[in-house]
Design a protein around this ligand. Structure first.
Ligand code: NAP
Length: 312
């Protein structure tokens, strides 16, 4: 089985399992489908690996003491290819059910038919919709520290947020920038305590707590961020770079008509990864769940693939 790319059944039309999304959840699911000797295609319009590609150091993936998100996702992709997973760089435009036992998937290059579908579309960076945010995106506002951090060597930057992304970003930037202001709206952090402790030990990191961003300032490029403390006092941090890390929104618009979503747009499913539609499963950060981590994305991938194969 290893190495063979078998992705169509004999009629050359129908795939056993189609997976939308090539992040850790989707790629893990694909490995499991191939190990069950079923055909599988993973559609990914952007980069394989998903959000983790932007994480500079992953330290909570068992077996790796520390590894960059990009290296980890490359390893998982390689592993999937070893098992004969077919990856398609096509954008899925629509998905519909064709009766009880078939799901039609239309991409920008054609139409495919599957017996089971796994939604593993992940989430994208949340925007706050503040004044200046759209105007200065890419001109001082970044949503990816590992992509854009190098532009701020020996300059001052702000990181906004208090989750693991913000904490990781601040640590990464502290080694590049002259100073990092970490602006967070509460005085406790959603992210891991170990990262907070590491940041506290950095001389060039200043915590600005109980404060939230209210306006991005600048002319052609960003020149500062106006923030407001919970006591109402406002001030401007004069910086050329602001890294936003205020959470993610699930990318589930595509399947809105197909499966039940919760009020925030996550696909409703329990630990068995079954959605409200028969033959359709969900894995990773776009599923309703408590703990959104790499290992739980991989775990969902395994469960969703097992259920998807059982459905065949
Ligand atoms: P997150 O955990 O949802 O954190 C978002 C942060 O943004 C929170 O601190 C939140 O504040 C803040 N925020 C949200 N809306 C805001 C607003 N309107 N104004 C100001 N601040 C706002 O998102 P994340 O950090 O992107 O992480 C997403 C998931 O990926 C998490 O489960 C995280 O653990 C995981 N992750 C894992 C790794 C890893 O395993 N290595 C790395 C990165 C991320 P509040 O806390 O007050 O709500």
């Amino acid at each position: 089985m290893k190495g063979d790319i078998i992705w169509y059944n004999e009629d050359m039309k129908k795939i056993d399992v189609v997976i939308i999304g090539g992040g850790i959840a989707g790629m893990t699911a694909a490995i499991y489908v191939r190990r069950a000797n079923k055909s599988v295609v993973v559609f990914e319009k952007n980069i394989y690996g998903g959000q983790i590609v932007e994480t500079y150091a992953v330290e909570n993936w068992p077996g790796e003491i520390s590894i960059s998100g990009a290296d980890l996702s490359r390893k998982v992709e390689q592993q999937a290819k070893e098992f004969g997973v077919k990856f398609c760089d096509e954008e899925v435009l629509s998905v519909r059910k064709n009766g009880e036992r078939e799901i039609a998937v239309e991409t920008d290059e054609g139409e495919y038919y599957a017996s089971s579908l796994i939604i593993a579309v992940g989430a994208e960076e949340r925007k706050l919709g503040l004044p200046g945010e759209a105007e200065f995106a890419g001109r001082g506002i970044s949503y990816c520290a590992t992509c854009d951090g190098a532009f701020y060597k020996d300059k001052e930057v702000v990181v906004v947020g208090g989750g693991n992304t913000a904490l990781n970003d601040a640590l990464y930037l502290a080694d590049i920038a002259k100073k990092v202001y970490l602006v967070h709206r509460r005085d406790t952090f959603r992210g891991d305590a170990v990262l907070v402790e590491r940041l506290k030990a950095k001389e060039n990191v200043e915590f600005i707590l109980e404060s939230r961003p209210i306006e991005f300032l600048g002319d052609q490029k960003l020149t500062g961020l106006k923030i407001a403390h919970i006591d109402g006092k406002e001030k401007v941090l004069e910086v050329p770079g602001v890294f936003m890390a205020v959470g993610k929104n699930p990318q589930t618009e595509l399947v809105r008509e197909l499966v039940d979503l919760d009020e925030k747009g996550y696909v409703v499913a329990g630990e068995d990864c079954h959605t409200s539609a028969e033959g359709i499963y969900v894995a990773g950060d776009c599923r309703t769940k408590e703990v959104r981590q790499l290992v739980t994305a991989a775990s969902d991938g395994a469960v969703a693939a097992t259920e998807a194969c059982r459905n065949l």
